[in-house]
Design a protein around this ligand. Structure first.
Ligand code: 1OR
Length: 406
């Protein structure tokens, strides 16, 4: 008799269990805390997996557009286009899982090549808005991934170009398979659901937008039919951005941003270890922040929500101990700060101001979640800096002052 086949074991089980055991050891978890810790660990792991899948989805999309605008990568590696989404779910774009079909689509997409001269020539529409509407849209923008690359001025232009659309319960905003795709939508209020119907007619809900988020970017990025049907589940309000403005202002800026940050990251010693595609992911995750001379960037004692890279200008780091403030140092282009609190899980150990001769200091901000997801390979190098930092504080304030004192 043939031996019974091994029962199927999920491929990621080993990885997950090893991580779980390592965390238990690292955090010194005892018997009594084991189950509570397990719940916390797996809840966190589930959230991270969801985030990683979403970002995979976006990187896939960005990479496809990359070809379209003939973005020039200076290395042979680029963000993988058909990296498996580590999901057992069926994907609505068969071509993403089938490189052959993908190639076909990429060729057809190439037909509409991005032309910077044409981009300059377009007139961006402008729809009047109240101050309150502009402020609300400004606050919503950082949560919308495709808008994250925009600096203040570009975002202002995009907001001007948004057209208000009031919608009703049960209204289909987008229909799967539509060849004509005119708009990208930002949700102002209302609940919207995206459904994908497969070839055998099965309809599946794939996304819910509950009074926030945005949809309809895919067809505009890929030049492909709409990939899902999006229906209003309640009355609501959307802001629509026309195709041309989306492509010229939003996509073009996303790629210019990537190109600019790739150049900046190439100057950062810390990232010499990273592969080119890892650096690209990092460039996509960075967000521009501009500070006027003298403006405070982070405050000693605050909780950390991310780290910063200096693109241009200069920052000065100051530390206060027992009422006495001393300068720890200055950092210019290619430098970074704010990583220490993320690595050590401590409050900010110093206050940082924009300084130098420049009127403005340009920084790139990396939030905590992206830091943890993307900078794993660099953490050891950062830890070495931690020792150097401790020595500097000892020299300035005397050895009694630990860096962990905020
Ligand atoms: P669009 O221009 O193709 C339909 O118009 C929109 O639905 C689409 O852009 C996205 O903005 C939105 N698969 C396809 N489209 C989706 C999905 C989706 N989610 C939202 N839309 N999936 C969920 C991905 C997290 C399917 C994954 C298996």
């Amino acid at each position: 008799m043939a031996p019974a086949p091994d029962p199927p074991v999920p491929t990621s089980l080993k990885n997950v269990l090893v991580k779980f055991v390592l965390e238990i050891i690292k955090e010194n978890i005892g018997n009594d805390e084991l189950y509570d810790f397990g719940i916390k660990f797996f809840t966190e792991a589930k959230k991270k997996r969801k985030k990683a899948r979403e970002s995979w989805w976006l990187y896939g999309k960005l990479s496809a557009v990359e070809d379209q605008i003939e973005y020039d990568l200076d290395d042979d590696e680029s963000i993988p286009l058909h990296d498996s989404p580590s999901s057992e779910e069926e994907h609505p774009f068969p071509d993403v899982q089938n490189p052959g079909a993908l190639k076909q689509r990429r060729q057809s997409v190439r037909a509409e090549v991005y032309d910077p001269a044409k981009a300059q020539a377009i007139t961006v529409p402008s729809y009047p808005k109240t101050n309150e509407e502009v402020e609300r849209l400004m606050r919503m923008a950082p949560k919308i991934f495709v808008l994250r690359a925009l600096d203040h001025d570009a975002l202002r232009k995009v907001i001007d170009a948004l057209k208000r659309v009031d919608v009703f319960e049960k209204q289909d905003i987008i229909t799967q398979g539509d060849e004509v795709a005119n708009d990208f939508y930002i949700v102002d209020r209302g609940v919207f659901e995206a459904f994908v119907t497969n070839q055998s007619g099965g309809k599946r809900r794939v996304q819910v937008y509950n009074n926030e988020g945005a949809f309809g970017e895919l067809a505009l990025m890929y030049n492909q039919p709409r990939a899902a049907t999006v229906t209003a589940m309640t009355d609501g309000r959307l802001w629509a951005l026309d195709r041309q403005t989306f492509r010229v202002l939003v996509l073009n800026t996303a790629f210019q941003k990537r190109e600019g940050y790739m150049k900046m990251l190439a100057q950062v010693d810390l990232f010499q270890e990273l592969k080119n595609y890892e650096r690209q992911k990092l460039a996509d995750a960075l967000m521009p922040r501009v500070y006027k001379k003298g403006q405070k960037i982070i405050s000693q004692g605050d909780q950390a929500d991310g780290m910063y890279f200096v693109e241009s200008g200069e920052v000065v780091l100051k530390k206060m101990v027992d009422g006495e403030t001393k300068e720890l140092g200055r950092t210019g282009p290619g430098g970074y700060f704010g990583e220490r609190a993320l690595i050590t899980n401590q409050p900010r150990a110093a206050t940082v101001f924009a300084s130098g001769t420049h009127y403005e200091t340009k920084l790139a901000f990396l939030d905590k979640e992206a830091f943890e997801r993307l900078l794993g390979p660099c953490i050891d190098i950062m830890k070495r800096n931690e020792a150097r930092y401790q020595k500097q504080v000892d020299d300035l304030f005397g050895p009694a002052h630990s860096v962990h004192r905020s």
